[in-house]
Design a binder for this molecule. Structure first.
Ligand SMILES: NC(=O)c1ccc[n+]([C@@H]2O[C@H](COP(=O)([O-])OP(=O)(O)OC[C@H]3O[C@@H](n4cnc5c(N)ncnc54)[C@H](O)[C@@H]3O)[C@@H](O)[C@H]2O)c1
Length: 292
């Protein structure tokens, strides 16, 4: 099927990025949110992204202007979905909120509309029935759209298999590399791999096998990477990492959560607070002599 009109549900960080990329790719876009502040903030976010893309010579000023003209921001669900060929849902990562949004839009969307969710950790099968059209429902998960240009396509057991090719094609048109996740898996592929790396780094640190900088150095040298696991944690936010780690019940995760908590208690949340495992804006792992 031909996709021309894309409806974005949730005008936050990711909804704004996906909406802008869709408009830059030539689609007509409507962006819906219950919160008027999010809708006005979305335009601000998009304009900042456009400036960045012009500066890095990825788009021209004209292309940025044309993209913004293809986008309609609305707090009215009926206007948002009126002519949607596809919905990309990026509302708050909360099961109850997402369920109610899918019930609402399952009722009002045209029969042709494909339903996709950008959830990070929930499974599409947790939402598909709420939409009333499980066959048309699939996870279509972006990373940050403009740096990590990857979109995960993860069907649930009742997704129409023909939808996969449609979403792969759409992913490429949105300047992303589509990655098929054949079976439902919380965290898709990348986050599953990343959590294993971070858990192992935590075990090495709490077991006093090595200092934090040594753990990062080992990873960076061996894989020629610009950042190690603790640098990544600073980037993600130590508070966010603690939320994920503290709910795990095994002894290694509890010890790691305790270590993370000592940083949080000192206000060291990572890059966003100016200090975490490293000090910002010039963390030592970015120095040219870090790997000497
Ligand atoms: N932030 C990331 O790096 C990232 C990456 C990939 C996927 N995601 C996923 O994208 C989704 C959105 O994340 P985000 O970081 O953009 O969050 P965000 O908090 O920036 O935005 C969420 C938006 O949803 C809106 N919202 C809440 N309830 C709503 C409702 N009933 N109807 C319409 N809008 C509603 C909020 O007003 C807010 O504007 C989540 O599922 C998240 O897991 C986030």
């Amino acid at each position: 099927m031909e996709i021309a009109n894309i409806c974005i549900l949730g005008a936050g960080n990711l909804g704004s990025r996906i909406g802008l990329q869709a408009a830059l790719s030539g689609f007509q876009v409507t962006v819906y949110d219950v919160n008027q502040k999010s809708l006005s903030g979305s335009l601000v976010t998009m304009n900042k992204l456009i400036k960045y893309l012009i500066k890095s010579q990825e788009i021209t000023e004209k292309k940025g202007l044309e993209a913004i003209q293809r986008i309609t921001f609305t707090p009215d669900p009926l206007v948002a979905v009126e002519n949607a060929d596809l919905i990309s849902e990026s509302v708050t990562e909360d099961l109850d909120i997402k369920k109610s949004v899918w019930k609402q839009f399952g009722h009002i969307a045209p029969a042709k509309t494909i339903f996709t969710t950008n959830t990070s950790y929930l499974l599409p099968s947790m939402l598909a029935e709420d939409s009333g059209r499980p066959k048309q429902f699939c996870a279509f998960h972006f990373h940050d759209v403009f740096h990590s240009k990857v979109v995960d396509i993860m069907p649930h057991p009742n997704t129409d298999p023909e939808l996969i090719a449609v979403l792969e094609d759409l992913g490429r048109k949105l300047n992303q590399i589509p990655i098929l996740v054949k079976k439902e898996n919380s965290g898709y592929i990348f986050n599953t791999l990343l959590v294993s790396l971070i858990d192992a780094a935590g075990r090495l640190a709490t077991g006093e096998v090595a200092e934090i900088e040594a753990i990062d150095k080992s990873w960076m040298i061996n894989f020629n990477m610009p950042i190690g696991p603790f640098g990544i944690l600073d980037n993600v936010g130590i508070d966010t990492a603690w939320h994920i780690t503290s709910v795990k019940r095994n002894a290694a995760s509890r010890a790691f959560a305790d270590l993370l908590k000592t940083y949080i208690d000192q206000g060291k949340l990572g890059e966003k607070s100016g200090e975490g495992f490293y000090k910002y804006p010039n963390p030592s792992y970015k120095n040219s002599d870090f790997l000497k």
